[in-house]
Unconditional design. Structure first.
Length: 230
């Protein structure tokens, strides 16, 4: 007499036997159609139907996940294309005025940026060209408000401090409820690119910032020849 013929077996022993003999249902396929597995709602289905339903559900989840991955890949490709176009526009600009204009227009049009501002805590390299509000100067008191993000070299996302918001966008920036600060850095100078949104969920803490880091590095290199390091 083998183990399964023993009427004294308990449920754990049966389960252990089936684990050790996975071929059991292959040798007794008729049992699959006879076994019934109760549902939470009270009715019952055969084990085969239960397995088919589970496989169908798993397949649906896998299909949904695959579609999500395709969508992420498509959006990443579109984002990479827009970033490439932005880089070309910035490199084609002839001076800081054109650089900032191209940056602002492109971020608003192609990246849905609500408000954009650049502040450089440095002097322009040449006294006879555009030195707009972007060149805040090396000794400006507000530079300390951004020292941490500049020194860290990584974008900071979330809600701006009131002093930061006023310095970057003026009193009209009260409609900004989330923002990202992208550090700009070079030899003996620093600054920030700020992008603000009225949507409080647009720039959340701990969101991915790799692309923004790349943007900051690219913009820093493009601005480098126009910034005085003396």
């Amino acid at each position: 007499m083998n183990d399964v013929d023993n009427p004294g077996l308990d449920a754990d022993a049966v389960a252990d036997y089936l684990r050790r003999h996975p071929e059991f249902f292959q040798q007794h396929p008729a049992l699959l159609a006879e076994l019934e597995i109760p549902h939470d709602r009270g009715d019952a289905v055969s084990l085969v139907e239960r397995q088919v339903a589970a496989l169908r559900e798993q397949n649906q989840k896998s299909r949904q996940r695959l579609l999500e991955l395709f969508d992420i890949a498509r959006r990443n490709q579109e984002l990479a294309t827009r970033m490439h176009q932005l880089a070309l526009s910035l490199m084609d600009a002839g001076d800081p005025r054109d650089i900032f204009a191209a940056l602002y227009d492109n971020l608003r049009a192609n990246f849905n940026a609500g408000r954009v501002a650049v502040r450089l805590f440095a002097k322009p390299a040449f006294i006879d060209f555009y030195a707009g509000e972007e060149f805040a100067g090396p000794g400006v008191e507000e530079a300390k408000l951004f020292r941490a993000v500049i020194d860290k070299g990584r974008p900071l996302t979330g809600r701006l401090k009131r002093q930061q918001q006023v310095f970057l966008f003026g009193d009209g920036g009260d409609d900004i409820h989330s923002a990202v600060l992208v550090p700009l850095r070079g030899e003996r100078w620093g600054g920030v690119l700020a992008i603000g949104s009225p949507d409080p969920t647009r720039f959340q803490e701990h969101m991915g910032v790799e692309l923004l880091t790349n943007l900051g590095e690219m913009l820093s290199l493009i601005l480098k020849p126009w910034i005085s390091t003396k």
